[in-house]
Design a protein around this ligand. Structure first.
Ligand code: 2BA
Length: 109
């Protein structure tokens, strides 16, 4: 069995989870925060048989799209003071980051 630890943008999460469910694939949604942008994103835990991994990767790839986020280089307190150290930075985010992990055991107790 494999676990796909899948980090997506919040805007894509509901549709991805619905698409997975419609194809009989189970997932668990976790609220997460990116270390670089410090913004919310969504992590889905998707446990599947090894033979299903490529199908899940295809669904994730089709459902999640790349977007550009604007990152302000100043903290809110500096912005209030009118101190701008550098211009806003455009950062591409997504479609999705996927870690495929091997699962030693899957138990439902
Ligand atoms: P964040 O860490 O908030 O990163 C958002 C986007 O910022 C990244 O998009 C990437 O385009 C850019 N970025 C990240 N670190 C950067 C840096 N040091 N310099 C310049 N640009 C940088 P994605 O690569 O699509 O990642 C989306 C989210 O997936 C990340 O949000 C993070 O939550 C997660 N992620 C990505 N790679 C990861 C990794 N190796 N380990 C754990 N989580 C990861």
């Amino acid at each position: 069995m494999k676990l796909l630890l899948t980090i997506v943008q919040d805007a894509d999460a509901a549709r991805l989870q619905e698409t997975l469910a419609a194809q009989g694939l189970q997932s668990t949604k976790l609220a997460s925060t990116g270390g670089f942008l410090r913004e919310g994103n969504t992590t889905l835990l998707i446990g599947v048989e090894a033979a299903e991994v490529e199908r899940v990767k295809a669904i994730v790839g089709e459902t999640c799209r790349e977007r550009t986020k604007v990152m302000s280089a100043t903290s809110p307190i500096h912005a209030l003071e009118g101190v701008f150290t550098s211009p806003p930075l455009e950062v591409p985010v997504g479609g999705a980051i996927v870690f495929v992990l091997s699962v030693d055991e899957f138990l439902r107790l």
